[in-house]
Ligand binder design. Sequence first.
Ligand code: NAD
Length: 398
Amino acid sequence: MSKEPLQLAIIGCGGMAQGHLRGYQQVHEKEPDRFRLVAMCDPVRERAEEFAARTEVWQGTRPRVYTEVEALLQAEDLDGADIVTPHHLHHLVGVACLEAGVNVLIEKPIGVTVKATQAIIEAARRRGKIAATAENIRRGPCQRAAHWGLNTAQFIGEPRLFFAQHAGYHLPDPEHPWHWRVDKFFGGGGLVLDSGAHFCDTIRYLYGEVDTVYAQVTQWEEHPHLKEGRVVPDAREDTWVATLTFESGLVGVWSWTGVARAHSFTNLVTYGSKGALVDYGDVFHGPFGKAEWKLADGTVKPMREVIDEFLGSLSEEERQRLFPYGFTDGVVLEVYDFIDALATERPPEIDAEEGLKAKAIGEAIYESAYCGQAVKVADVISGQVEGYQREINERWGL
Ligand SMILES: NC(=O)c1ccc[n+]([C@@H]2O[C@H](COP(=O)([O-])OP(=O)(O)OC[C@H]3O[C@@H](n4cnc5c(N)ncnc54)[C@H](O)[C@@H]3O)[C@@H](O)[C@H]2O)c1
């Protein structure tokens, strides 16, 4: 067993890290002696200071503040680091931590490319440390219940087909300030990889491995951003249509556009041999609580009912593993999973290899569009197909 309390740090104290910090606070309320947040690191010192001050209120001790990862790793004897930085830093910071003997929890979409993710996986193997992917969506009660309803209760029989489609008009205003996300080298891609990382993880979780992808990815409009007084274009796609063929034979169509004028629609449905799972959310984070299971005999089961059935089916051990202390928020659960994995020396639910398999689906979409052909996800993982990612890999020395 590792020493407790575990010594933890948050690296990157921006938007999403706020959710992580709330997660640590909730875990601390239940298990006050299991960990200490001993350090916060962000090049913007005020952000790290603010995180430290907020932590002191509930932890009683104030984390030390760093503006550079190297200084953090030199000064602290950490058990784990929670990396919530821009995508291009995930592998740079992740590998530095692992090489220093520190376990890591890294935000989705794990590495900025497949190679970047493999560098994280290799460093974790080399040092015998945990590299976990911070993926919160599949941990929610709806996703857990959907997994149970599809695979155990088999309400809709054999899943055959899904459509996850959205068309809307979502243009940033031209005065929108530049952000690392709009740059291909920093972000690695647009919504396919960003919010799309959640969807790619969820479809693997619900339907199994994706075998082949054929996709078109387009940027119809420029979406300018303001950077230091200059107008710079947004490098991200505003449209994609992807056909995904799973090893099970299931076929899915995943499409999104933010430049659909005059008419919007969202269509989210999985068809099986005995019915359909119809969702009323978005194409990234579902299924949602409003979803319905429509069966061929006319029965309609609201998702809320299915969640109750699913929860009722769990043994005490399963309930404690999936929803410890009754937590249902995916971010709290991912943080808890990381802490518990470190403390009990077990693998986390979604390690970096799992993160890579989800990430490779998004990369396969870009790669297919780049080469104009269907691509196998396995060839994207092996590096045989790398055209879209090559310049990002070169930029980061991968
Ligand atoms: N799970 C989710 O629902 C969800 C939602 C939003 C973002 N995210 C993910 O969280 C990560 C961060 O996104 P964000 O929206 O918080 O971005 P952000 O820009 O708000 O925050 C990033 C932070 O990292 C800091 N940073 C930059 N360089 C650093 C370095 N060298 N060392 C330490 N810190 C550094 C920045 O100063 C900033 O404070 C991304 O991987 C993103 O995809 C996940």
